[in-house]
Design a protein. Sequence first.
Lengths: 380, 260
Amino acid sequence: MDFSLTKEQQMVRKVVREFAEKEIAPKAKEIDLTGEFPRDNVKKMAKADMMGIPYPKEYGGAGGDYISYIIAVEEISRACAATGVILSAHTSLACFPIFQWGTKEQKEKYLVPLAKGEKLGAFALTEPNAGTDAAAQQTTAILEGDHYILNGSKIFITNGGMADIYIVFAMTDKSKGTRGISAFIVEKNFPGFYIGKIEEKMGIRGSRAAELVFEDCIVPKESLLGKEGEGFKIAMVTLDGGRIGIGAQALGIAQAALEEVTKYVKERQQFGRPIGKFQGLQWYIAEMATKVSAARHLVYYAAWRKENNLSYTMEAAMAKLFASETAMEVTTKAVQIFGGYGYTKDYPVERLMRDAKITEIYEGTSEVQKMVIASNLLKM
Amino acid sequence: MNILVFIKQVPDTNEVKIDPVTKTLIREGVPSIINPDDKNALEEAIRIKDEYGGKVTVITMGPSQAEEALREALAMGADEAYLLTDRVFAGADTCATAKTLAKMAQKLEHDIIFCGRQAIDGDTAQVGPQLAEQLNIPQVTYVKEVKIEGDALIVKRALEDGYEMIKVKMPVLLTAIKELNTPRYPSIKGIFEAYREKEVKIVTAADLGIDPQDVGLKGSPTRVISTTTPEIQRAGEIFTGNVKECVQNLVQRLVEKHLI
């Protein structure tokens, strides 16, 4: 048993942290206020080879390990959670299914530019009537000659409208239920593909959540990812990995809040001494630090299992559940400790609290994670 | 174009402690970084390589953990790395250090040798110039701009009150200042390559064919008696009050100093 990071992983953390503190963090507040998508951050991450960390070099990736990738998401999210989810959705949800199920041609055409960061990716599963019940897909794909015709719409799609390449799920055979769902690689300029409503969000405001509309969208046959009917499996396995990424995002947010609090309680004076001298606050901080540490171990453990080709569905769900709830709890406590100041935009903790909330919701709500964990345990 | 870059791993703080007995720095427990000026030197070397082709070799003398600094340099884009490490190198002053580094430089082809201006731990700014003397090649210190022109370099050298433009033939040693460039971040791909595909070669005193008496503490003529912060000789003085008072004070001070 060895809990230490490798030299490589330590250097990845050091380099990404320095990068995030200098290049990403200074703009986090403004991105939150304006809700503007941080294209610049994406460009800089691409330049630093961060957009395809766990993929082989022959496919444009950095040729690194999964834990290094997870550390990068954590460190970027510690600086700016909106940028963190752009990285996580791109790497875990868009690159991964192409890497795992793509043909050689699909990998060369799509994974290479994605992993190099020349193009941005997105993953489109959720629909207005297919959220937690993801199997209730209403988007259809009908094969006509050498192409599929897609009709329907997706909502809340991270990187929607900003991405160049989308993994889109649609029903190819409604009679087969989940086995009738297929996955497609859709380029942003395929005819009949439109961007609809852009959501105005509570947190991670710089990231994009958009509606995708398919109106007789023409998708070449070669864009089918995997086989017809494999779509639901592709979505579920992809989300297993995505959850480790969101766990890392939540961890980064929680870590940032913990650091803000640690600094603040030493500076803030009440009753003639720093408030960190009061045992009530010390207990809060001890609990926060313990939970952040536990979350980190769960997230890294799930990443380690994935890296070592062990099953990780349940561990990823546990990591995501615990890390996101920790992020929510720690950021809420942080606002409380900052008091009135914490409720203002003069300090970053209210942003961290708003950013934390989504981690309990997307890529499977906390309740979904519990369903996954229980079904893995009980197998009934 | 063969470029050697000599770097130093230094503690990442200005509050280093000094051993009261040996008067040398205590490095334990302080996070280590590549000396900032050395990073500028490395960046310039890699930039020149990117533009003109060639090879960048990075070299450091230090304990085994200095390998980390070399790995980081490799991750930034250096091609080869040498770690000069040997018990007999310990305690070297700038003279013994320069002698040791010169032995290494002589083993490698070089057109340009880059050093940082000075290290944030010792602040001597001596190793670069001494290395050039040991190698008997020209040196340009405080470099803020480099251009290549045939077999020569056009170098802009920063001075306190301006700059010099110097044309110098290669091989040459340059010492870099932070105004020279903004060092790149090591790329993430570069980190994996640095650990998996590149090698840090270990070099001992025996490998260099150097007499142990000439290096390390034994080869160091410098004896540190004590370390103090020099007093500021000249300091500005700000007069406050209204204009009339200020002018009166100013005139009075100038008269006192026999300046008017």
